[in-house]
Design a protein around this ligand. Structure first.
Ligand code: PHE
Length: 359
C-alpha cells in the first residue's frame, strides 16, 4: 500500500511540474491549482488518508506528500509572477508583428566628412585631428597673421583668457609677448593643424583635417557659432597651383557629382599666396541665378591656395626647396547643397523630424 502511494506521489510530481511551464493564462493557472492542490485532488486525499497508515509509513508518505504539495505551490507562484510580468499580447498572440525599432543614421555633415575621408585617403592623404582649444600662436601667428593685423577681423574669435589676465601673469615685456602667443582660444579654423603637423614631420606631407571650429558670430540661416571644416595640406618638392587645381577638381567631382562645373576666383588669405576661392555652379539653376544661390549662379565651396613662404619658414622648412597647397572646406554648407536645405542651424538642433530624413 505505502509503496503504491509513494509511486503515485512520484507520478503526480512528474505530471504537475512538467505542466506548470505550459500554463498560459492566469485562469488556466487557477484551474491547475484546483486540479493538483484542491480539496478533491489526489494529493489532498493522500494527505487525508495518512491517519489510516501505520506509524512508520505515515511518516514517510506524509513527508513525500507534503514536500510535493509545497513544490507545486512554489512552481505555481513562480509561474503566476512570470505571467503577470509578460506583455499580454505576447501571451495572447505570438504571431502578431513586433514593434519596429527606430534605426539611427549618420548625421548629414558626418556623411560629407566620410566622403572627404574616402576620396582623399584613396589619394594617399592621411586623416589627422587637432585640438579645439588652441593658442593664439597656432591659430594666428604661425599662419602669418601677426597680432594687430587687420586680417584677424576675418575670424571673430572666442578667447578663453582675457588680455588683462595675460598681462597680469607676465612681469616683463618679453614674458608678456610669450603669454600673448599662448593665449587660449577656440580655434576659428582647422588651419592651425597644418602648423602642428609640419612642425613634427618632414615633407612629403599629405593630410586632411576634419573638425569643429568656432566663431563669435550672430547665428542666422547661413552662420553658426560652431561648425565643421575639412582642412587639406600637401607639401613636397615641386608642388604647383596645377596640383591644387587637379586634386580639388578630381575630389569634388567624386564628392558632388561627375558633371559639376567649378570655378577658381582670386582671393586673399594671409597664409596662402596666391589664394583662391572655389565655387561650384548651382545645380538648381545651372548658373542663371535662383533662390538657392541667391541669384549668383554659383555656390562657395572652399578657400585654398599655395602655402605662404612665411608659414613654411616658421616650421623650419626651406621655401626654396619645398612648396605646398592647402584648402579649407565647409562640410556643413556642402551638406546643405547636397541635400537641399537652407538653414545651417538645422544641423545642430537635434530635431529628429529633420535628421531622420537622411536615413
Ligand atoms: N582657414 C581658412 C578659413 O577658415 C580657409 C583656408 C584654408 C584657406 C586653407 C586657404 C587655405 O577661412
Amino acid at each position: 500500500m505505502s509503496s503504491d502511494q509513494k509511486k503515485r506521489i512520484a507520478e503526480i510530481r512528474a505530471q504537475a511540474l512538467d505542466l506548470t511551464d505550459t500554463i498560459k493564462t492566469l485562469s488556466e493557472l487557477g484551474e491547475f491549482r484546483v486540479r493538483f492542490l484542491g480539496r478533491k485532488s489526489e494529493l489532498t486525499s493522500i494527505l487525508r488518508s495518512l491517519k489510516d497508515l501505520p506509524e512508520e509509513e505515515r511518516r514517510e508518505v506524509g513527508k513525500a506528500a507534503n514536500t510535493l504539495y509545497r513544490e507545486i505551490e512554489e512552481a505555481l507562484d513562480f509561474r503566476e509572477k512570470s505571467l503577470e510580468s509578460m506583455p499580454s499580447e505576447l501571451t495572447l498572440d505570438v504571431t502578431r508583428p513586433g514593434i519596429r525599432p527606430r534605426i539611427g543614421a549618420a548625421h548629414p555633415t558626418t556623411k560629407i566628412l566620410e566622403s572627404f575621408e574616402e576620396v582623399f585617403t584613396s589619394m594617399g592623404f592621411e586623416v589627422v585631428e587637432g585640438p579645439e582649444v588652441e593658442t593664439d600662436y597656432y591659430n594666428f601667428e604661425a599662419l602669418n597673421i601677426p597680432k594687430g593685423h587687420p586680417a584677424r577681423d576675418m575670424w571673430d574669435t572666442f578667447y578663453l583668457e582675457s588680455p588683462e589676465a595675460i598681462q597680469d601673469k607676465a612681469q616683463s615685456s618679453e614674458l608678456r609677448a610669450q603669454g600673448e602667443k599662448e593665449r587660449l582660444l577656440l580655434r576659428t579654423h582647422t588651419s592651425p593643424v597644418q602648423v602642428r603637423v609640419m612642425e613634427q614631420r618632414k615633407p612629403p606631407i599629405r593630410i586632411i583635417v576634419p573638425g569643429r571650429v568656432y566663431r563669435h558670430e550672430n547665428e542666422d540661416a547661413t552662420h553658426s557659432a560652431m561648425f565643421y571644416q575639412v582642412e587639406g595640406l600637401l607639401v613636397d618638392e615641386g608642388i604647383t597651383f596645377a596640383h591644387l587645381k587637379a586634386t580639388l577638381m578630381y575630389a569634388f567631382r567624386l564628392i558632388l557629382g561627375e558633371d559639376r562645373i567649378f570655378r577658381f576666383r582670386p582671393s586673399f588669405f594671409p597664409f596662402t599666396e596666391p589664394s583662391a576661392e572655389v565655387d561650384v555652379r548651382c545645380e538648381y539653376c545651372e548658373g542663371t541665378g535662383c533662390e538657392t544661390c541667391r541669384g549668383k549662379g554659383w555656390l562657395e565651396l572652399l578657400g585654398a591656395g599655395m602655402v605662404h613662404p612665411n608659414v613654411l619658414k616658421k616650421v623650419g622648412y626651406d621655401p626654396d626647396t619645398v612648396s605646398g597647397f592647402a584648402f579649407g572646406a565647409g562640410p556643413d554648407r556642402i551638406a546643405m547643397k547636397k541635400y537641399g536645405f537652407t538653414d545651417i542651424r538645422m544641423l545642430y538642433k537635434n530635431d529628429l523630424r529633420f535628421l531622420s530624413q537622411f536615413i
